[in-house]
Ligand binder design. Structure first.
Ligand code: URA
Length: 427
């Protein structure tokens, strides 16, 4: 059968700034995913989009075509509202772990299909795999029955969730076309809309450890994604939040699970608790449950109960000891005064080099590797006090992690930390 369009015409049109028709967009996404348009032509089109951008109408059709490459899940049979959260990724960002059981404890189901980490930001599934026995892969039946029985699921996305994104993301990764707001927005939102939740809260990070270092770019990405969510009938709100320093006191895998359990037990670092509650309130409000205060479910142990059931339902032992590192290396505070800089990107790279993250998709990660710190930005430190502890299975990794940390710590410098929540973006 002859194709209704020629890929070269579509590439030329975008290259020259012509608005693509809905038919052209639907055809090219479908034909690339189906293998009829080759990588070299899709690469050229992605680069044209990178430079020319997309109109809101083009982007809505592009995103819908990505959703239509797979299935949009229908969770209406659950009999209770559903809400989800997506973070654009940051260092020490373990918020999904306490947030999903917390929101479920408030009566709203949380269907969280997550990914693995790549580069300096960690992946939720990698973190949870530090829990002995826990498995990320669930069948559709297991997924729905866990949502019904426990109310929260964090698991790996199946192959039917926006398959166009899998092939497009892999191509963007090797063609210098990842850092494009329409391509990022459609990639994230196609997966999130296909997940089938009624409401969605986006945590768009900004600062050195984030995809969008510049707050204005983060706001633009947030606005673009909120527009796509609302156009697809999903109530969507975004918080733009700080990632100039890492979140909490730990970055890695087992160390982030441990910190999440502290939060669920009613303790934990103040910034993690504040952000978890802020996102929980948005998720509840998104489904009309702003009468419920999630702080109560943290304080009275209901969120912890859901966490334990959620972990156990996926084969994990919530009481098992977490993996411990073979090697520890302490970095001390360089001066006495206020800690004004703890650079998120540098800490993320250090944790990654210690073995917590992967450089290629197929690399394994170490559950025990990571970095923990004893003081956060804005706190007093004394010269010589232990400030960071580098943890790894392999002592040979420590020197390169230390290299990453050069210049990352500052006492009484002129740095001005971002507020934890910079902005709230609605439709
Ligand atoms: N995360 C995604 O899922 N897609 C992108 O393009 C960037 C971040």
């Amino acid at each position: 059968m002859t194709a209704p369009f020629d890929a070269i015409d579509v590439i030329r049109a975008k290259r020259d700034g012509v608005v693509l028709s809905a038919e052209q967009i639907r055809w090219v996404i479908g034909a690339y995913t189906g293998g009829q348009v080759p990588d070299e032509q899709m690469s050229a089109l992605l680069m044209a989009v990178f430079f020319r951008g997309m109109t809101p109408e083009e982007l809505a059709v592009w995103t819908q075509a990505m959703i239509d490459s797979g299935v949009r899940k229908d969770l209406s049979g659950l009999g209770r509202p559903t809400a989800d959260k997506h973070s654009t990724g940051g260092v020490g960002d373990k918020v999904t772990l306490p947030l999903a059981p917390l929101v479920a404890a408030c009566g709203v189901a949380v269907p969280q299909l997550s990914g693995r980490g790549l580069g300096h930001t960690g992946g939720t599934l990698d973190k949870l795999e530090a829990v002995p026995g826990w498995r990320a892969a669930l069948s559709d039946e297991e997924y729905v029955s866990q949502l019904r029985d426990v109310g929260a699921v964090i698991c790996a996305a199946g192959n039917d969730l926006a398959p166009a994104d899998k092939v497009l993301y892999a191509l963007r990764d090797v063609t210098g076309t990842v850092e494009s707001i329409p391509l990022i927005a459609s990639s994230i939102m196609s997966k999130k809309i296909a997940e089938g939740a009624d409401a969605l809260v986006l945590d768009v990070k900004t600062g050195s450890g984030a995809f969008m270092r510049d707050p204005d770019d983060a706001r633009t990405l947030a606005r673009t994604m909120v527009g796509l969510g609302e156009a697809a009938g999903v109530r969507t709100v975004a918080l733009v939040t700080a990632m100039d320093r890492p979140l909490g006191r730990a970055a890695g895998n087992a160390v982030e699970v441990a910190e999440s359990v502290e939060v669920l037990a009613g303790g934990g670092p103040a910034d993690v608790v504040e952000l978890t509650l802020a996102l929980a309130r948005e998720m509840l409000a998104g489904v009309g449950r702003d009468d419920v205060d999630p702080a109560d479910a943290l304080a009275d142990g209901r969120a912890m109960d859901v966490w334990r059931r959620m972990i156990a339902a996926q084969g994990g032992d919530p009481d098992a000891a977490l993996p411990q590192p073979a090697e520890r290396h302490v970095v001390t505070a360089p001066a006495t005064g206020t800690l004004t800089r703890l650079d998120a990107y540098a800490l993320g790279v250090a944790a990654w080099r210690l073995g917590a993250g992967r450089a290629r998709k197929e690399d394994p990660v170490s559950a025990a590797a990571g970095v923990v710190w004893t003081a956060g930005v804005g706190e007093q430190v004394t010269a010589g006090q232990p400030l960071l502890e580098l943890q790894t299975d392999d002592a040979a990794r420590i020197p390169r992690a230390l290299e990453a940390l050069e210049g990352a710590i500052g006492v009484d410098t002129a740095d001005e930390p971002l507020p934890l929540v910079l902005d709230r973006i609605t439709a």
